[in-house]
Write a protein that binds this ligand. Structure first.
Ligand SMILES: NC(=O)c1ccc[n+]([C@@H]2O[C@H](COP(=O)([O-])OP(=O)(O)OC[C@H]3O[C@@H](n4cnc5c(N)ncnc54)[C@H](O)[C@@H]3O)[C@@H](O)[C@H]2O)c1
Length: 262
């Protein structure tokens, strides 16, 4: 899809990858960019820096009525939604010891938000005859994040949601892409944590990630991989699952050796 003159919404756009996506959409000639975030001031700062193409909108994506309001505000203001980017996401470190409240929060922000968005916007896109859903998942959705069980599980769920939407709505003119980056240099990437730090091996800037996302949209690729190595790692997993599990066991052992983690 060409992005010129399109109306675009990006969630979690107050900083990081979402903010970079908004800047890239505006620079590529989108008519209107809705910069949405749970933190209104952050969204406003990004929108003001972009200029007259952008507006800010406060929305907590874990609350269905907020997501519905974001979409109805956009339709009321601009008459349509061409591209909806479900980008907002969070992480909580930890494994079996993570509390149920943290698992629920991860589920709501990383997965239910994508359902709320699709449920609200797909009917409008069907009436328009076309539309584009972008899900920022993660390489953890194809592989795993060793330091966070809930991130690994919810990002896999996001990839599954995107696959399901592509299969069920692709022939109705709704394009879907899922973005699966490795490390991106944002506040989410914790440099002090050795398990997180290995992601820096292949890390890129948020602006690099945004450029790759725009390129993927223009090519209408389902799987957008800002780091091409992810395709190789994913092929190794599907080629021989047991060898891949053993490889990740060795990697985890290496990363946790100095931390007394069992
Ligand atoms: N940074 C990485 O290394 C990396 C790698 C792969 C995937 N991702 C994914 O990319 C997306 C963006 O991550 P980022 O690195 O830019 O993170 P970030 O923490 O820099 O920014 C996330 C933004 O989302 C907003 N947000 C959080 N919860 C929200 C909610 N409930 N409702 C609305 N907004 C909310 C925050 O206020 C913040 O502005 C996430 O889905 C993340 O999982 C990040």
């Amino acid at each position: 899809m060409e992005v010129q003159d399109r109306v675009v919404v990006v969630t979690g756009a107050g900083r990081g990858i979402g903010a970079a996506m908004c800047r890239a959409f505006a620079a590529a000639g989108c008519r209107s960019v809705v910069v949405s975030d749970r933190h209104e001031d952050a969204a406003l700062a990004v929108a003001q820096a972009i200029g007259s193409q952008a507006v800010a909108n406060r929305c907590d994506v874990a609350i269905e009525s907020d997501v519905q309001q974001l979409i109805s505000d956009t339709i009321a203001q601009f008459g349509r939604v061409d591209i909806f980017c479900s980008n907002a996401g969070i992480t909580v470190k930890g494994g079996l010891e993570s509390c149920n409240a943290d698992w629920q929060k991860m589920w709501d922000v990383n997965v239910m938000s994508r359902l709320f968005a699709a449920r609200a916007v797909v009917p409008y896109m069907q009436d328009q005859g076309e539309g584009y859903l972008i899900h920022t998942a993660s390489a953890a959705g194809l592989l795993m994040e060793i330091g966070s069980a809930s991130y690994s599980v919810t990002k896999h769920a996001d990839v599954a949601m995107a696959e399901w939407l592509a299969v069920c709505y692709g022939r109705a003119g709704i394009r879907v892409s899922v973005v699966c980056p490795l490390g991106v240099e944002t506040d989410m990437l914790d440099d002090s944590d050795p398990i997180h730090r290995y992601l820096h091996l292949h890390s890129i800037t948020a602006d690099d990630a945004a450029r790759s996302i725009l390129d993927g949209i223009q090519k209408e690729e389902f799987l957008i991989l800002p780091q091409a190595q992810v395709a190789e790692f994913f092929a190794m997993k599907t080629d021989n699952y047991d060898r891949w599990i053993r490889g990740f066991q060795r990697l985890r052992q290496k990363l946790t050796r100095d931390q007394n983690i069992v």
